[in-house]
Design a protein around this ligand. Structure first.
Ligand SMILES: [Zn+2]
Length: 107
């Protein structure tokens, strides 16, 4: 399974390379074939903001739901939510969304 480079149209990006190419706002990663920079499109930004919002709401709910005697457990849950959202974002970039040319072009 490979992803298509938006510059040369060849399937040059593996899922892992795509995930590491970063978001639309990053500088992106060069295509192995044509050398031009590619990054993940708007889809990953939308997904990321939704997942981050859910993780934040879940963390707040945990924070207010548990009292201080369960502090360790609630802290653990909040950390799990944050890590979980990072993993989800990474997986989304690996398997979904398209590669595009970054807006910030490094010359
Ligand atoms: Zn290319």
């Amino acid at each position: 399974m490979k992803f298509t480079c938006p510059h040369c149209g060849e399937k040059t990006f593996s899922p892992l390379q795509k995930a590491l190419a970063g978001s639309y706002r990053s500088v992106g990663k060069p295509c192995p074939k044509c050398g031009k920079k590619c990054c993940n499109g708007m889809g990953s930004i939308y997904f990321e903001s939704i997942v981050s919002a859910i993780a934040l709401i879940a963390s707040l709910m945990v924070y207010f739901h548990f009292d201080s005697s369960q502090k360790q457990f609630s802290t653990l849950l909040i950390v799990a939510f944050i890590l979980g959202s990072r993993v989800l974002n990474f997986l989304f970039r690996m398997f979904f969304g398209k590669l595009v040319a970054p807006i910030r072009r490094m010359q």
